[in-house]
Design a protein around this ligand. Structure first.
Ligand code: PLP
Length: 462
């Protein structure tokens, strides 16, 4: 029986399956043992211990037959590989940025950006910093500042572009004496930390104009720019008749450069790049790249990987692919909402984010409700998710502190089917029905930076 109010129409796959990979639901006893061994941190689970893996949509996509074929035409020359030539031409064409520098993943691109542009005492505004972006800003001695619109922090608010930057606040910052300490402005598309929420074209135009007025470079984190462009077309007035590709290109036209983790909208398992219009800066990025990543025609990747990225970027901008992808997110969100499960509304681009504060309203923040819920979904159905809240974004610097307590169910691209999503929804709904029984957690040990990856936890005594 369909839950009332759920979207009963699951999106139809614009592909058929050529290769399969077996998965299995471990028994309840196996899951309980796995949790104990993992210190109740789902990053410590073995993949085999997980049934449906929604930990991340990063590097988990299924590549197409064309991408796999692309690997076979890898030209593994150290310098001047033909795959680099193709990669550079593709990224130039899609983004319009002239200088394209490959890197092994998104954070490597962030390293290049912030090691060259940020210094101690600087302030880096962003709509919302993602964990690795924040870590690189801090590592450079600068201060991350989140400037998303207030609606971004209200899970129930139906605002269609909760990734938007609060432009008056940005302007205020740049006008103030602190403005001289801002080396660049960043905007993350979509806003992963805030629920995969898109940024509108109108907002990007306003940010771009503000940056130009104060002569600050604008860099975009374009990990999920195809999903962002699709949501612009769908939700923004006047955009419905344009192609996603056209919108994605216009987005880049508004910026001075971009970082990208191709593990998202590049539809590959590894890769990324940084792009810029600034030739002098590109030369500095390349110097740094050679020390940390490799020669500029491979950037820490096998050349065949560059071929897979070139093909993946094109595929990620295809309309039928995006319709299905966003349809999957909406399908899962619909089933949860119909059952009364509180989620970040409206659903964003790459997953469904549970509103932990309302889901486990009997737990207080020190009881780490996001982690408690992640553990419980695994315990209930072998579903792996990730906390995006107090643990991932501890209060390192007050202005970047994140009051949102979310649990992300990230949907890998082209990997799971409608029945998998139904299983996930049923698992979440069963935990929702017995939510009062979910106990809090505490941290047993944790490193200083990016602690969510390696911390160990323990359940509170009953
Ligand atoms: C994943 C991600 C990154 C970092 O990319 P990696 O490839 O994981 O290093 C940066 N920004 C955002 C918004 C991301 O989602």
């Amino acid at each position: 029986m369909e839950p009332e109010g759920a979207d009963p129409t699951a999106p139809i796959e614009p592909y058929r399956i050529k290769v399969v990979e077996s998965i299995r639901l471990p028994s309840r006893a196996e899951r309980e043992r796995a949790l104990e061994r993992a210190g109740y941190n789902l990053f410590n689970l073995l993949s085999e211990e997980v049934y449906i893996d929604l930990l991340t949509d990063s590097g988990t996509a299924a590549m197409s037959d064309r991408q796999w074929a692309g690997l076979m035409v890898g030209d593994e020359a150290y310098a001047g590989s033909r795959n680099f030539v193709h990669f550079e031409a593709t990224v130039r064409e899609l983004t319009g940025f002239p200088h394209i520098i490959p890197a092994h993943q998104g954070r490597a691109a962030e390293h290049l950006l912030f090691s060259q542009l940020a210094k101690p005492g600087d302030i880096v505004p962003n709509n919302m910093h993602f964990d690795t972006t924040q870590a690189h800003v801090l590592r450079a001695g600068a201060r991350p500042l989140n400037l998303a619109i207030p609606e971004a922090y209200a899970c129930d608010d139906p605002h269609p572009f909760k990734g938007n930057v609060d432009v008056p606040k940005l302007q205020q910052l740049l006008e103030s004496p602190q403005g001289s300490h801002v080396p660049l402005v960043m905007v993350t598309l979509t806003n992963n930390t805030g629920g995969g929420q898109p940024v509108s074209l109108a907002n990007l135009k306003a940010v771009s104009e503000t940056c130009r007025r104060f002569q600050k470079p604008l860099y975009l984190d374009i990990c999920r720019w195809a999903e962002n462009a699709y949501l612009i077309r769908e939700r923004e007035t006047g955009q419905s008749s344009r192609s996603v590709r056209e919108i994605a290109r216009e987005v880049c036209d508004l910026a001075d450069g971009a970082t990208m983790s191709a593990k998202k909208d590049g539809l590959v398992n590894m890769g990324g790049f940084i792009a810029t219009r600034n030739a002098g800066l590109a030369a500095r990025f390349k110097e740094e790249l050679i020390v940390f990543e490799g020669f500029p025609t491979y950037g820490g990747l096998a050349r065949r990987d560059l071929e897979a990225i070139s093909i993946g970027l094109q595929e990620a901008l295809m309309e039928d692919y995006l319709e299905h992808r966003l349809g999957q997110v909406r399908f899962l969100a619909g089933r949860l909402t119909a059952h009364g499960v509180p989620i970040m509304q409206p659903p964003g681009g790459h997953g469904v984010y549970l509103d932990v504060t309302r889901f486990l309203s009997h737990l207080r923040p020190p009881q780490l409700p996001g982690q408690a819920l992640a553990v419980e979904l695994y315990r209930e159905g072998g579903v792996r998710s990730v906390e995006v809240g107090a643990i991932m974004f501890e209060d390192v610097t007050a202005p970047s502190s994140n009051p949102l307590e979310l649990l992300r169910l990230a949907i890998p691209r082209r990997v799971y089917t409608e029945s998998h999503l139904r299983f996930v929804a049923d698992t979440v709904c069963r935990v929702w029905d017995r939510r009062a029984s979910v106990r809090g957690m505490r941290i047993v040990e944790a490193p200083e930076h990016l602690r969510h990856f390696t911390a160990r936890f323990a359940p509170e005594p009953p």
